[in-house]
Structures are given as structure tokens and as C-alpha cells.
Design a protein around this ligand. Sequence first.
Ligand code: FES
Length: 86
Amino acid sequence: MTGGVWVATRRVLGVPYKAMAMVCLCHGVNERRVRRTIEAGATTIDDVTAACRAGGTCHGCHPTIDRLLADAHAPVTVRPAFGLAT
Ligand code: FES
């Protein structure tokens, strides 16, 4: 589907909308910043807080940061293509 409304809701200022979703309201940290912090090596909420301050005040965003950490460190399951199973 293409069209102005769809494009406007998926991208804001050239950045995918989801990446701009605010994770930590106390410190104004969005999802993209937290993901980049995790990609840079953060493995715990304390690591994320030390790197970008997200999660350092009310702890209300800890479940979201925890989910992003779990997503980033989840094992990837690769299934063989049909007919190639051993
Ligand atoms: S919302 Fe993240 S510390 Fe308060």
C-alpha cells in the first residue's frame, strides 16, 4: 500500500515511526537510542542506564528496556528450507 497517509504514519522526518517511539519519558530516550545502546554492548538495564540514562529515575520503562534486551539477545532459529531437512 502506498499513499500519503500511510507514508506519513510510517515515517516521520525520514525515520521509521517505531524507532521514534519514546521508551523513557523521564530522560526523553527513544527506542532507536536504546537499540543502538544495546547494539553497542549493553546487556543489562544498568548498562543501558549508564550509557544513555534511560531507566535511571522512576523505572517505569524497565519492562520495555527488558523486552528490547530480550529481543536483541534472543537466539535466532533457522529452519531448513522445505526438502532440505536432514
Ligand atoms: S520512564 Fe524511564 S526512568 Fe522513568
